[in-house]
Design a protein around this ligand. Sequence first.
Ligand SMILES: [Zn+2]
Length: 342
Amino acid sequence: MKYNFPKVDLHLHLDGSFRPETVWELVQEQGVESPADTLEGYKEFIKKCVWSGSVNEYLKAFDAPLLVMQDKESLARVTRELIEDIAAQGLAYAEIRFAPQLHTQKGMSQEDAIEAVLKGRKQALEKCPDIKIGIICCMMSIGPETANWDANMKTAQIVHKYLDKGVVAIDLAGAEGFVPLSNFAPLFKVARESGVPITCHAGDSQDWQTVKDAIEMGASRIGHGHHIYENPELCRYAVEHEIALEICPTSNVQCQTRRTYGLHPAWNLYSIGIPVTINTDNMTMSEITLEDEYDHCLNEMGFEYEDLILMNINSIKYSFMKEKDKKEIIARLEKCLDEVTE
Ligand SMILES: [Zn+2]
């Protein structure tokens, strides 16, 4: 492995990080509609969507994996395989997110979907005891907040039941900008009042106002959030209140929310003291690993090797892991830091 320190991914979508071979196999097995005739064709289709430069085209790549993850077994399998894959890549901890409501097309309830993911997690952890995994349940933004209010409310209401079973937080994912993000506030309030930690996609395709909204709704971390850079006052607030940013460089460039890696403000945000973390977003869709993201950080974005270790310390510190579990990984990272700065 190129980067020999415990690696952490806090922003990783299950339905964008599957094994293409598995989804292809399930497409054949289940006889669902497919965008291609062969596995190779399917991989090409994903590439076309992902590099279209449009978030909406990008999201089309998620259709097939979602179509085949509508039963407990498939959902558990894809979860298990993802954890095995990232354990093999040397990750020490990851928070994997998925939206329970997107898996209810064939009769599963949101609870069933969460339990299937937790089952896959458990199976993988038995095989890979060196990695720790938290699950984040996403609500979805698919239009005005009224479009799927009940499904989102359901997620907000049930997540707390799984907090001791592997679920660690709630999120709002999907497309940004149909309505002000603050329209979703009552949903977050329900989750917050039942003790569920919050992260929220914001400030990616939309401007810094959405980051402000997310913070006001109780988010302690922001998914992407890089457009905070255009508001120095809000940046100062994020420094003071330790609002961590889940930066996903390749996803941002693919969706053209930042034009190039070199023009991404991640280093600037890091250098002023905002807790920046580096993540993959969608490993399969983006055809990347966390180590590929680190290459971009070093070669194009202005980071140094030790910054990568420091950002992983951020990732653990601001993760939704239990406090007592954080210490051991931070100690390992600090040891790696000592070795490179000696
Ligand atoms: Zn995301």
